[in-house]
Structure formats: C-alpha cells, structure tokens
Write a protein that binds this ligand. Structure first.
Ligand SMILES: O=C(O)CCC(=O)C(=O)O
Length: 252
C-alpha cells in the first residue's frame, strides 16, 4: 500500500536508511532555532541542578555521575519537552513529524525526549553519592528498552546543538546492525552493552556534524560515543517516535 505521506527525503536516501539504519541531514534546523534549543538546554540544566542542590535530593530526570577526576558530569536529562518550550515546538513541529512519518510509513507519536549534554558541570555536589565512571557511552541499542515498554519499532531523531566533532565525542554507529539480532551483556553501572566482538571498532562510522544537523537512526542500530575532550558541551535534543495506527502493533 503506498504511504499517505509526502516524502521530504529523496528515494535513494530512504533506501540508505533502510539498508544502513541511519541518515544524516545537514542544515535542517535553522540557526535561530538551534540557539533557542541551546538556551532551553542550559535553562533546564541550571534549574534541575540548583533544585537538587537546594533539596539535596537526586532528580530522576538527571543522569549524572563523577568522572575519575572527581568532577560531576551530566550525560542527559529526560524528559524535557514539558520544561523546554522550543524543544516541544521542534519535537511536535511539522519538519520532524513529517520526516518521522516518512521513515516510519505511519503517523508518528513522540514516545521519548531528552537533552544529551556530555558536559562537566560546576557544582560541588558533595552531598550526592554518585558513581565514578568514564565519559564513554558504550555500544548499545535502545530497541531492547523500547521492546520492554511495548514498542516494536522506534525511530530516533537527534538534533545537533553543538559541533559534534570526534574530539567532542560524536555519535558512532554500526551500519546494518539493526538488521541482525545483537547480543547484549550486562554491566554493573551502564546497563546492557554490545560486546566488541559483535560491533568491532573498525566497522564503526563516526557522525561528525555541525549544529542544525539532524541524525536519524533505527532504534535497533548499535551506537555509542567516545569521551568529550573538547572542553565544551556536546548537546543533542534526542527524540523517539513510534508509529501509530491500528496496524502499527504499537501501544496506542
Ligand atoms: O549522545 C550520545 O552520545 C549517546 C546517545 C544515545 O546513546 C542515545 O540517545 O541512545
């Protein structure tokens, strides 16, 4: 059955997505919107950290830990669209909804949203008992978590807010890994990860991008990122979309 949606993505790029499991669309989000998203991300971070400091209570939205240097480091805050007006406008807006509809072949529903920071923060945080970990996001797929929540198919869309250089810990993906069953092994502090034998470093593609680029990947694709040694945050607005409709097999 032909899709009822008009595609903003050329056919050959859609084929690339189907085969390799990811797509990079540069210059999709206007500089002014990227600037407003950065302001959203900063405001959410400052507000959550200061509320935690005042109440001395860990906020379940904030994933943070201590680096071996002892400095607190924020990986992500989730969810955020209820706190961040531009993030909400982008997540529910026409551009990303149309892209998601195109790649899912059905009307999309936002089922997850977060800011990734990869950022050292200047708070004392002495009151918080945080694990000590490195900066690397180890190789994983998100499909396993989404399946557990009842979602069979999810498209991940990430808007780049900063320069995602190799030094800043750009996202790395393993092309075509979404098409095979990928073994995951449990770790103490970082959840299940994909062993190197199933996703060798030599097969990775590093997605070096500029602010305003949109990355799209199948949630079953193996991905991860290295340490951010750039001295600056490496922020993304990351959104998950699931197909809706009676034939989607997804929670409605
Ligand atoms: O931004 C990153 O480095 C990792 C993001 C990621 O793994 C995810 O959102 O699933």
């Amino acid at each position: 059955m032909p899709s009822p949606f008009t595609s903003p993505i050329p056919a050959h790029r859609r084929e690339h997505f189907a085969t390799d499991g990811f797509l990079v669309l540069p210059d999709l989000v206007a500089p002014g919107t990227v600037e407003a998203l950065r302001a959203d991300a900063d405001a959410v971070l400052v507000r959550r950290l200061s509320e935690m400091a005042v109440t001395r209570t860990l906020d379940p939205r904030v994933t943070w830990w201590r680096l071996p240097s002892g400095r607190p480091y924020v990986l992500k805050i989730k969810p955020v669209v209820d706190l961040a007006p531009t993030a909400a406008a982008v997540a529910y807006g026409e551009v990303l909804s149309t892209l998601a509809a195109d790649l899912l072949g059905a009307r999309p529903r936002l089922m997850e949203d977060k800011f990734i920071y990869k950022q050292v923060v200047d708070v004392t945080g002495g009151w918080a008992e945080l694990p000590v970990l490195g900066e690397e996001v180890r190789k994983h797929t998100d499909a396993v978590y989404f399946h557990a929540r009842g979602y069979q198919r999810v498209l991940t869309v990430a808007v780049c807010l900063d320069s995602c250089t190799e030094q800043a810990g750009a996202i790395r993906v393993w092309p075509r890994s979404h098409q095979r069953a990928v073994e995951m092994i449990a770790t103490d502090c970082q959840g299940p990860v994909v062993p190197d034998t199933r996703a060798p470093d030599a097969e990775a593609v590093t997605l070096v991008t500029e602010p305003g680029t949109v990355l799209l990947w199948d949630a079953a694709l193996v991905h991860g990122s290295g340490p951010n040694v750039s001295g600056n945050p490496r922020r993304l607005l990351v959104l998950g979309y699931a197909p809706t409709g009676p034939d989607s097999g997804e929670p409605q």
